[in-house]
Unconditional design. Structure first.
Length: 98
């Protein structure tokens, strides 16, 4: 789980499958107490790798989307494979305001 407290913005966030084995992955994103994304992929594989939580993906091109938060950003993710060939990777691009 990743929790960022304070003001900020996310431009892009993705949760991806890493490795060659099929697995179940779950992602949930909460912004300022409101759940914006909550999904489970029961058969994630290299051909269906995961989720774009913020932004859009076309081929290898990421299109950012500005998602501000005032108090808290929370991203929860899990997999039925804990480590190694079937691990889950979180990529996040954003900014925190002082």
């Amino acid at each position: 789980m990743l929790t960022i407290t304070g003001r900020g913005a996310v431009w892009a966030a993705s949760l991806g499958h890493v490795g060659g084995s099929n697995q179940s992955i779950r992602a949930r994103m909460t912004v300022d107490g409101t759940v914006l994304f909550d999904a489970t992929n029961a058969s994630a594989s290299p051909s269906t790798p995961g989720y774009m939580l913020v932004g859009a993906l076309s081929g290898s091109q990421v299109t950012p989307q500005y998602l501000p938060f005032e108090r808290e950003l929370k991203i929860e993710f899990s997999s039925n494979i804990a480590t190694g060939a079937g691990a889950v990777s979180l990529q996040l691009l954003g900014e925190i305001y002082a």
